[in-house]
Design a protein around this ligand. Structure first.
Ligand code: PLP
Length: 400
């Protein structure tokens, strides 16, 4: 196929999600790099949007996938058969989480993890009101979209779930809408799509206390912040607030599609009866994805990367903040929102970076910020190179 016919097939025979896709024609990927079919190399400074935390194609992940492929693929819907890779993942997840988060339900994506968590909250409390947070993004399926905040994205799909209300991030007074009618409160402990918003510890503590007071479940969506992204395995560890349900996705699979919601065995057992099989999935817990996820956790346990995330983030922040045009940098570990004056400015910078071999992005709910979430395996030299490319892009596009 010629380059043109490949692009034509992509644009016409594959459903499109926007009118200006990146159109990188991917040949291969390794570490922090992606190569296109012409041999051009890109530094992947968004890591497939916070997925490839341990870099592309980590050898331990590849080995685990190959071993599992030789053993078995799908054998049965989730929750019926005992499978090696599911057992290993369940144990490994428990080993990096507090005691009360000891039981995991494995699904295929972040949004499914959130759907499962919302269902579980409703089942456990026998209530149906859900509370979310302004600025939040929890996924594109109907339940997750209902508890997401971006009205531009939501309005075309109404009516969505009816009993959803929104608190304001970092506003303790707004917690008063959480009552004994509330089944669960879902929140990203560090908001991603809102443009990297960091919580006050007092806010999260008050939220935890309020959920305890009214008897509803606190759900932390760590689909984006999990697996080392913010400088600890999970962001909640930095705030000393443990949720009742934790949702995971993205980096969990080391490049394979997988999500999970994790809770206590006591809460999870609600899904086994009345009705039985009330929350099921055919492919959830796919053995190859579980094997990849298990290997990913092992890599993160043995490498020193998580400990270096904040230092690396500070290095990149220092380089980029030297440009006067940067209004603000909001950063949690290696999760960045670099605020510029407008989306138009961000788009020019993203395009210039792309031309010069660096992939960055923006946020749907915060389009005037340039987004970076590089693999946490990135080296100091790579950060310095990326920083230079970004500074060049900001100055080269200044008066365009
Ligand atoms: N939750 C958060 C915080 C996310 O950032 C995302 C995706 O960006 C999701 C949920 C949805 O995950 P997925 O795209 O795997 O469905």
């Amino acid at each position: 196929m010629t380059d043109n016919s490949r692009q034509n097939t992509f644009l016409n025979k594959q459903a499109q999600t926007n009118e200006t896709p990146y159109l990188i024609d991917v040949d291969k990927a390794n570490g922090i790099y992606i190569w296109d079919k012409s041999g051009k190399r890109y530094m992947d400074m968004i890591a497939g949007v916070a997925v490839n935390n341990i870099g592309h194609r980590h050898p331990q992940v590849i080995d685990a996938i190959k071993t599992q492929v030789d053993q078995h693929l799908h054998v049965m819907v989730y929750g019926e058969y005992i499978q090696d890779s599911q057992l290993a993942l369940a144990n490994n997840l428990s080993s990096i989480l507090p005691e009360q988060l000891n039981c995991s339900y494995v699904v295929n994506s972040g949004t499914e993890a959130n759907e499962g968590a919302l269902n579980l909250g409703e089942r456990y409390t026998d209530r149906s009101e859900l509370i979310s947070c302004k600025g939040s993004y929890h996924g594109s399926t109907h339940g997750s979209m209902s508890v997401s905040a971006n009205e531009v994205k939501k309005s075309a799909f109404r009516p969505l779930l009816p009993l959803v209300k929104f608190i304001t991030f970092n506003d303790i007074e707004s917690l008063s809408i959480i009552t004994t009618k509330t089944a669960g409160v879902i929140i990203e402990p560090i908001q991603g799509d809102a443009g990297v918003r960091i919580p006050n510890v007092a806010f999260l503590l008050a939220l935890r206390a309020k959920c305890d007071e009214v008897g509803c479940l606190l759900i932390f969506d760590e689909v984006q912040t999990g697996f080392g992204r913010t400088g600890s395995f999970f962001a909640f560890e930095q705030f000393n607030v443990v949720p009742d349900i934790l949702t995971l996705g993205k980096a969990l699979g080391g490049g394979m599609p997988i999500g999970a919601f994790v809770s206590s065995q006591e809460i999870m057992q609600k899904l086994t009866h009345d009705p039985m099989l009330g929350h099921i999935t055919t492919f959830g817990g796919h053995p190859v994805c579980c094997a990849a996820a298990n290997a990913t956790i092992n890599v993160l346990k043995t490498e020193n990367w998580i400990k270096t995330v904040d230092e690396k983030g500070a290095l990149l922040e220092g380089i980029i903040s030297s440009n006067d045009e940067v209004i603000e940098i909001r950063r949690a570990g290696l999760m960045f929102a670099i605020e510029m004056v407008s989306f138009e400015r961000v788009k020019l910078i993203v395009d210039h970076c792309l031309e010069n071999g660096l992939i960055g992005f923006w946020f749907l709910s915060c389009p005037n910020s340039f987004r970076l979430s590089p693999p946490i395996s990135i080296t100091t030299e790579e950060i310095e190179e990326a920083g230079k490319l970004i500074l060049n892009a900001i100055s080269a596009t200044k008066n365009k």
